[in-house]
Design a protein around this ligand. Structure first.
Ligand code: GUN
Length: 286
């Protein structure tokens, strides 16, 4: 078997086109284009790339977007004050503070300070709690983007066995909630998990989010499984590689995401969907 490729670039381009049309419709109805503010603290090179991609996507769909770049020694108090100003601004529908933040700033405190209806990352406890309760509003972008990819396979997810490798707040935990809501049976594995390879061998769906290059090996994967690679690892020669040994796993899997060009573009496309939803909620309130 050779896996079919889940082309995140192409699917994300379709989503951007849908969002662009909805922005045109808003403007034709006399409403503003959605407005996103991205806050970047410090000069983490990976964060700079991610933020640039987000800004570019906003421009492509006609959003108003602003990038606020702050020095690495910015105090927590200064960042909290900035978020308060953005919360109060009527022309700002979405606020995204790029993570990780420098060590002097408590990320949880910052996340909780963003008004939940402007939290386009879906990381605020209110948005996470809504996902727990199966009443999602703004949903974390990477897991929601993965659900869109899974929908594109046409596979009925109900009753499928899913294994997630990684338990982070950004990917592993919300991914568990998304797959559970889709009525999969879900196992979350982490660095203390015993018999990891055996658990993966039982899975119809594997989501790898560990941050270790080529961690998932071919003989861990059930024939025909859907393999979603969330990892983006920069190698010494400058190339990018995922958490899955893609070439070897593709010989067994039914579907697989490439890196780059799989989950990454879906995260950005989902951010656009979330910002549009935040703008719609904002209009309804005002
Ligand atoms: N850092 C890595 N992924 C993300 C993300 O989805 N949102 C934010 N704000 N920071 C990140």
């Amino acid at each position: 078997m050779t896996a079919q490729i889940l082309d995140g670039r192409a699917i994300a381009a379709d989503i951007r086109e849908q969002v662009r049309r909805q922005v045109d419709a808003r403007r034709a109805a006399g409403q503003d284009a959605p407005g996103l503010v991205v806050v970047l603290v410090g000069e983490n090179p990976a964060s700079q790339v991610y933020v640039r991609n987000k800004q570019k996507a906003c421009q492509q769909v006609g959003f108003r977007s602003e990038l606020l770049q702050l020095p690495a020694d910015t105090s927590q108090a200064r960042l909290l004050q900035l978020i308060e100003q953005l919360n109060a601004r009527d022309d700002v529908d979405g606020i995204l503070v790029q993570l990780p933040l420098p060590a002097q700033i408590n990320e949880d405190l910052i996340t909780e300070h963003i008004t939940p209806t402007k939290d386009v990352d879906g990381f605020h406890p209110w948005n996470m709690g809504r996902l727990v309760l199966r009443q999602p509003l703004l949903r974390p972008c990477t897991p929601k983007g993965v659900m869109t990819l899974l929908a594109c396979t046409g596979i009925d997810l109900v009753g499928k066995d899913a294994v997630i490798i990684g338990q982070s707040n950004i990917v592993g935990r919300p991914m568990l909630l998304e797959l559970l809501m889709a009525r999969c049976t879900v196992t979350v594995c982490h660095s203390k998990t015993q018999h990891l390879a055996d658990k993966v061998r039982g899975a119809d769906i594997v989501v790898a989010a560990v941050g270790v290059p080529r961690f998932v090996e071919a003989d861990w994967v059930k024939s025909g499984a859907v393999v979603i690679d969330v990892g983006i690892n920069r190698m010494q020669d400058g190339s990018l590689c995922g958490d899955v040994d893609t070439d070897a796993v593709a010989a067994r899997a039914g579907w697989i995401t490439p890196v780059p060009g799989g989950v990454g573009p879906m995260t950005v496309a989902t951010l656009l969907q979330n910002t549009l939803l935040a703008a719609d909620m904002h209009d309804r309130r005002s």
